[in-house]
Design a protein around this ligand. Structure first.
Ligand code: PMP
Length: 460
């Protein structure tokens, strides 16, 4: 039933198609179809302009960790807007939300990650990292250490710097990216790229590509390695268990910085405060955004070690954004962290809803279309395949089947995302057991519909 207090869907869709340019979207095909208009959110649920209730299996874009409709976050923004809606921290001034949020992050981040450089988003924070690590080495008298090593199919944002560090072929194909000085090694994606190797042999080999790359470029020319603890936008790719210990060993033995991009994996997503704790890495810098404010307002940042902060602090760092540490965003982020702590959401993912969904999610591998099902905390994925034993890909263009599956999922009022022919979920950390049951039921239904369609179309 269309909502009576919202303008007609067709009218909104026509305006949207006429004037609104969507990110990562083929505008002309969307215009023909009309975008689904989301008007409201509550807990793990969205409502669209037709009055349909949709279970948000993706927390928006992996960000609404505390769920929709949090009055406390509204109040925090309201208070801060009345008190001081904006001020900057550029020219020897500061303000209370930025101070408190930086101190709080220093408290919850492990080890000596005690210093925060704020940004407005994950992309901006990674652009900060790119400049900061190079400047760090220049200040240490080693300006040649400027190369960044990252990974194919990694995602670090879509600005010039972050999109270059990321290894997304689609991004590199447009606008002259990547910029020079970045080397992309292969990803630890055993399921699709492991061939006959055991996950362990493959994990070791992929990690050792870092060692080879550093040796080829020369340790004196490499500034940092950046990676997501678990690739998110690449398809929720969980590396073999020995991959990260090997990466850590290589970083320890060489003089380079390790940046863990925690934009998705931060703030409870994996059942730990940060993903690097789940995989046992010791980064010098972490990138944060998304779950920091549960997406209620845009904010991101780089949390850096005592040593990095000390070196960077020895000179003026000519970098910053108008909205670095925006007071309203910072106040909302602080309140969001208070909710995560008070409601023990990290433990909830670790001990309760994480194990509960895990069992059900892993059993999706019993479906004839599913070649692999994996999950860590509340980020999971399944690989669709025409032939399980060989982990084969579909003959159709990569992503066609994933798109069909996503369309069925949307039709079933469950938001799942597809990355090529991999389906992914990352529901809010507040999702209940009952909602998980609904999610799993809708996934099975979606897979059955996809299976039937593929048979009809001769794709199976
Ligand atoms: N890093 C990672 C790991 C991400 O997943 C994303 C966004 N999906 C970004 C960086 C970029 O963040 P933003 O979209 O806020 O610029």
């Amino acid at each position: 039933m269309p909502l009576t207090n919202v303008r007609p869907t067709a009218e909104l869709q026509a305006l949207d198609a006429a004037h609104h340019m969507h990110p990562f979207t083929d505008q002309s095909s969307l215009a023909k179809k009309g975008a689904r208009i989301i008007v409201r959110g509550e807990g793990s649920w969205l409502t669209d302009s037709e009055g349909e209730r949709i279970l948000d299996g993706m927390s928006g874009l992996w960000c609404v960790n505390v769920g929709y409709g949090r009055e406390r976050l509204v109040q925090a923004a309201d208070r801060q807007m009345r008190e001081l809606p904006y001020y900057n921290t550029f020219f020897q001034t500061t303000h209370i939300p930025a101070i408190d949020l930086a101190a709080k992050l220093a408290e919850i981040c492990p080890g000596d990650l005690n210093h925060v450089f704020f940004a407005g988003s994950g992309s901006e924070a990674n652009d900060t990292n790119l400049r900061m690590v190079r400047h760090y080495w220049a200040l240490k008298g080693k300006p040649s250490k400027s190369w960044i090593i990252s990974r194919k199919n990694g995602y670090h944002g879509s600005s010039v710097g972050s999109g270059s560090m990321g290894g997304m072929a689609g991004i590199h194909a447009q606008g002259g990216l990547p910029i020079p000085g970045i080397r992309h090694i292969d990803q630890p994606y055993w399921y699709l790229e492991g061939g006959d190797a055991s996950p362990e042999d493959f994990g070791r080999a992929r990690a050792r590509q870092l060692e080879t790359a550093i040796d080829e470029i020369g340790e004196d020319n490499v500034a940092a390695f950046i990676a997501e603890p678990i690739q998110g936008a690449g398809g929720v790719i969980i590396p073999p268990e020995n991959y990260w210990p090997e990466i850590q060993r290589i970083c320890d033995e060489r003089e380079i910085l390790l940046i863990c991009d925690e934009v998705i994996t931060g703030f409870g997503r994996t059942g730990h405060w940060f993903g690097h704790q789940a995989i046992g890495a010791r980064p010098d810098i972490i990138t944060i955004a998304k779950g920091l404010s549960s997406g209620y307002l845009p904010i991101g940042g780089s949390v850096v070690s005592d040593e990095v902060a000390e070196v960077i602090g020895s000179d003026e760092f000519n970098h910053g954004y108008t909205y670095s540490g925006h007071p309203v965003a910072a106040a909302v982020a602080l309140e969001n962290l208070a909710i995560i702590e008070e409601e023990k959401l990290v433990q909830r993912v670790h001990d309760d809803v994480g194990p509960y969904i895990r069992e059900k999610w892993l059993s999706l591998v019993d479906h004839p279309l599913v070649g692999e099902a994996t999950i860590v905390g509340l980020m999971g994925s399944i690989a669709l395949t025409p032939h399980k034993p060989s982990r084969a890909r579909f003959a159709s263009e990569a992503g066609t089947v994933g798109y069909i599956c996503r369309e069925f999922s949307f039709g079933n009022n469950l938001i799942m995302r597809h990355v090529y022919d991999r389906m992914i979920i990352a529901p809010p950390l507040v999702i209940t057991r009952e909602e998980i049951d609904i999610l799993i039921e809708r996934v099975w239904k979606t897979l059955d519909q996809t299976h039937a369609r593929l048979k009809d179309e001769g794709l199976l």
